[in-house]
Design a protein around this ligand. Structure first.
Ligand code: 0X9
Ligand code: ZN
Length: 299
């Protein structure tokens, strides 16, 4: 069991995944997809109660260290899928690959030393850390990304310089044809963003991406009125390249990819009070149901 009344440390989330792997051997397995710079395991949970070749939904959490609601919500998704019988249908015709904490070094650093840390913890000559969401190899370093090591949006010395982003890349490449939907969970600002980050031009399947987001948004809003802005990341947020959702669509060829910016709160926006974790998770999970239903009915 895990609690959602407080934000959990990396070890507690790891222990929860292990507990699920032990208690639900028929539907769950946990795999180490890589190791962080400081040597922490980057774990992925695989969930599925049906055929091994069912369409896959891949969920990335914890890319940005300070966005604590991301690992919390992604862990909540895991709990709902595995431990809530009422959601059994969500795993019978869909398989899930879920990484709750892609950047464990950064996440722990925000708990022990610097609450507003964003990047990985790989050292440079002058400064530490790479922005994982600028480190993917699609229009890398073109716009909205920095070549300066000390910048919060430092794209890295090369694409996939980070073991954390490489770990996610390798998962995507291993399951490319089976992955039908990719969600990168961030905070904050209430956005459902689809590609692209390098151009204000829309992807050719923008109508599908937009219509699905509209359905997701209304499901979330129906719980207690929380509204999201929908659009392409360049058009409704800002141009920025090297993000995971753009690479998963542009290079790996997964058509449906979204960056979800969960609600903010607290003083800086990233420090949503712990008392908000459950309400945010409950409402946003209604959106996940819509995503899953779409995948089940269309692939
Ligand atoms: O800048 C980011 O990486 C994301 N926002 S955050 O505040 N969580 O850091 C947004 C990524 C969306 N993609 C683009 N804007 N290209
Ligand atoms: Zn983020």
């Amino acid at each position: 069991r895990i609690s959602f009344t407080e934000y959990q440390r990396y070890d507690a989330i790891q222990n929860y995944l292990s507990e699920l792997a032990t208690n639900y051997t028929d539907i769950v397995s946990v795999e180490e997809i890589g190791t962080s710079y400081e040597g922490r395991a980057i774990n992925m949970i695989k969930i599925g109660a049906g055929a091994s070749d069912n369409p896959i939904i891949l969920v990335e959490g914890g890319m940005h260290a300070r966005e604590w609601i991301s690992p919390a919500f992604v862990t909540y998704i895991i709990q709902e899928l595995v431990e809530n019988e009422a959601n059994r249908n969500m795993i019978e015709n869909t398989n899930w690959l879920i990484v709750p904490v892609l950047n464990p070094d950064g996440y722990e650093h925000t708990h022990t030393s610097a609450r507003l840390w964003r990047k990985t913890r790989s050292p440079g000559l002058l400064c530490t850390g790479v922005d994982g969401n600028r480190n993917f190899d699609f229009h890398w370093m073109e716009t909205g990304a920095s070549a300066l090591q000390c910048s919060n949006t430092f794209a890295g010395s090369a694409p996939f310089s980070e073991s954390e982003t490489s770990a996610l890349r390798d998962v995507v490449l291993q399951y490319t044809d089976q992955i039908k939907l990719f969600l990168a969970i961030h905070s904050y600002g209430n956005y459902l963003l689809y590609p692209w980050g390098h151009t204000s031009d829309f992807p050719e399947d923008v109508n599908i991406l937009d219509a699905l987001a509209v359905e997701v948004e209304s499901a979330i809003a129906s719980v207690s009125g929380t509204r999201y802005t929908i659009g392409s990341s360049t058009n409704v947020l800002y141009a920025a390249t090297g993000g995971s959702a753009d690479w998963v669509k542009g290079v790996a060829g997964v058509n449906l990819t979204y960056t979800v910016e969960l609600p903010g709160g607290g003083i800086w926006g990233f420090d949503l009070p712990a008392s908000r974790i459950i309400p945010v998770c409950e409402e946003t999970f209604e959106g996940v149901k819509v995503y899953q239903n779409y995948v089940e009915n269309n692939f």
